[in-house]
Design a protein around this ligand. Structure first.
Ligand SMILES: [Zn+2]
Length: 644
């Protein structure tokens, strides 16, 4: 197949500095509160001292995924140290890295649980026990810390560990044709390859991707070797870990949604790096399936708690939506990687949806509490996430300080800390602008250094101003993303209107730019009533409110209880109002709503409508951005609202 891959490269987080606005504020909160809170939890729960490997029989055991918490926390800190230098945090990270270095075994192996607790069982259960997943997160942390600080101790430690893995796993005589049940190391190896230029890391990643799901099945062989019956797999099907078929034969997003997102991101990396047109096509098909059939309006993924993942097309329950924070993060990672081989805004539209809604809802406004599951409706007593007790302290689903399985907090923290890295991309002589938020960016395009300044109050305001800074006139193409939600936009350069249609979602302005040239962009942002596909039964007869990329919700705090009885009629005028006192100045949506309540209901659970009298209470509703729900007094919440 002839390669139709059109490469672009994301502009690094190191080159983009946010200057306030939505993401500037979230990033500051992330640096000043979230990351320190995570390090305190890491310390208090034993996740740091576990690297001393001095666990003793009878003590609480380190978990098999604690290594990954360390990797993600180091990664988050690395980005944050660049935007917000913090010697105390840097010293903490350096001390943790010393512990990790000391924990490395003479042969290069590195894992807390399988060194301190069950050394006899290491590498006997890749299907369930996350060893390469842990390795992948440590690699990502090592690469980020090296890029942020220039310190390469952790990078060298992880290179030794990967060498250990690379020697044992592969297609050659005497090697094991194995791979991890929880993908992650695949995309991490590509990052390691990009950071070091060592092609064997890319080759190892490609091996893991292509070996997945082949026959004879590695997970069967591995189970037999342990003395387990492979047909008694606790998750029942290898769809759970996307290993039911070779990846090139897969057509549906399935199984555990975080594993899926990481695997597909790794596949997109391999396709882009190796020019693999077939793998690109597979990625596109999976992307279409996921985004057209299985994604919440918030960008959340995976409705089911039972497999922490996907079920079937159009199955999108709201109260029990699992929609793990990590899955929204994974979707962002995957979307960026799809764009790097197929420059279409459709990936970035989804990325933006996940960023502003189902990802950032995972952290409290104040930055120290976290959601694991991100439901789209909440009622007292309903918990999408009942595996860990103690969450429903007041019968309302609320964010928690931490979790036994605490994958989400550091995942979200590393994404917010590196959010600048999702704003721009370059290809040949084109500079793509994906996201809008005030920032300063230093970009190299068509061999020229460009300093780009964005000023905007997006997503609350529809105007964006970009100023081009160049030392001498520079010819390049500026490609501005027109989001999928926007049906009316205008662009001008130095005050002169530009009439250009968007192609693949970008308006392209080709010119020789002079220093100080100013581009203004207006993205009309009316309040939209959004309907779901007719087969999305859980949303039948209901609408979601969206303005720009932001999805809204009703909360009891603003609208009283019994939100299921609230109707926003099709005739109601909807208005966006900026509220200076709410979450530092967000736009809320108000309008006329009705609440139908019976006035002669008896004691029965059911009664005929023909004998029931209803009173319609009219009131002015207030909808707030979904991502900020559960930050005030506990109460009901709904994204999907009846509209007739
Ligand atoms: Zn998670």
């Amino acid at each position: 197949m002839i390669s139709d891959i059109q490469r672009s490269t994301a502009v690094s987080w190191r080159q983009v500095t946010l200057t306030g606005g939505f993401w500037g504020e979230r990033q500051q909160t992330n640096s000043s509160r979230t990351i320190p809170a995570i390090y305190k939890q890491m310390k208090d729960t034993g996740r740091i001292d576990a690297w001393r490997l001095d666990w003793k029989e009878g003590q609480p055991q380190p978990h098999i995924f604690w290594d990954s918490d360390a990797g993600k926390s180091i990664e988050a800190a690395a980005y944050s140290l660049t935007t917000n230098p913090n010697p105390e945090l840097e010293a903490q990270v350096d001390a943790l890295i010393d512990l990790i270095e000391n924990a490395q075994q003479p042969d290069g192996y590195l894992n807390i649980f399988y060194t301190a607790v069950e050394p006899e069982n290491r590498l006997t259960n890749l299907r369930d026990r996350h060893e390469f997943y842990d390795a992948g997160h440590l690699v990502e942390g090592a690469v980020a810390y090296y890029e942020a600080t220039g310190k390469r101790k952790l990078l060298d430690v992880l290179a030794r560990y990967i060498e250990f893995i690379d020697a044992r796993y592969g297609p050659n005589e005497g090697q094991v044709r194995g791979y991890d049940g929880h993908p992650e190391v695949e995309l991490a190896l590509v990052r390691l390859y990009n950071a070091t230029g060592e092609k064997r890391y890319l080759d190892l990643s490609k091996f893991f991707v292509d070996e997945r799901g082949q026959q004879p099945h590695f997970f069967d062989l591995e189970a037999q070797e342990r003395g387990d019956d492979p047909t008694k797999f606790w998750a029942q099907t290898y769809r759970y870990c996307q290993a039911h078929l070779p990846v090139r034969e897969q057509t549906e997003a399935c199984g555990h949604s975080v594993r899926a997102g990481y695997l597909y991101a790794g596949m997109a990396d391999i396709a882009a790096e190796t020019g693999d047109a077939e793998l690109k096509r597979v990625c596109q098909q999976l992307w279409d399936d996921l985004t057209q059939h299985q994604m919440y309006v918030t960008g959340g993924l995976g409705p089911a708690h039972s497999n922490e993942g996907f079920t079937f097309a159009y199955d999108l329950p709201n109260e029990t939506a699992y929609a793990e924070t990590c899955a929204a993060c994974a979707l962002v990672f995957w979307a960026q990687r799809m764009f790097q081989m197929d420059p279409s805004s459709r990936y970035i539209d989804v990325m933006e949806r996940a960023l502003y809604n189902g990802m950032i809802s995972g952290v409290s406004w104040e930055g120290t509490q976290f959601f694991y599951a991100n439901p789209l409706a909440s009622y007292p007593g309903v918990n999408p996430f009942d595996r860990w007790s103690g969450i429903l302290t007041d019968r309302h689903y609320r964010r928690s300080d931490w979790f036994d399985c605490s994958c989400c907090p550091p995942n979200l923290a590393r994404l917010v800390a590196s959010i600048g890295g999702y704003f721009y991309a370059t290809a040949d002589d084109t500079l793509y602008v994906h996201l809008y938020n005030s920032n300063q960016a230093d970009v190299t395009v068509a061999g020229q250094n460009v300093h780009l300044t964005q000023q905007t109050d997006y997503p609350w305001d529809e105007n964006v101003r970009l100023t081009v800074g160049v030392e001498r006139p520079a010819a390049f193409e500026l490609a501005l993303r027109i989001p999928d939600w926007c049906r009316d936009y205008s662009i001008s350069v130095n005050g002169a209107p530009v009439s250009a249609e968007a192609a693949s979602g970008y308006v392209r302005i080709q010119r020789t730019w002079a220093n100080g040239d100013e581009v203004t962009l207006r993205l009309a942002m009316p309040v939209e009533r959004v309907a779901a596909h007719p087969q999305a039964r859980q949303n039948a007869g209901q609408i979601a409110l969206q303005r720009g990329p932001v999805v809204y919700c009703l909360e009891e705090a603003d609208n009283g209880p019994r939100l299921a009885n609230v109707v926003i009629p099709p005739t109601a005028q909807l208005t966006a109002v900026r509220e200076a006192d709410l979450f530092n100045g967000v736009a809320v949506i108000t309008g006329e709503a009705q609440r139908g309540e019976p006035t002669n209901w008896g004691t029965g659970l059911y009664q005929p409508v023909s004998t029931t009298e209803y009173q319609q209470e009219r009131f002015t509703f207030r909808a707030i951005p979904y991502c900020f729900w559960a930050n005030r007094q506990p109460g009901e919440m709904r994204v999907w609202i009846r509209h007739a």
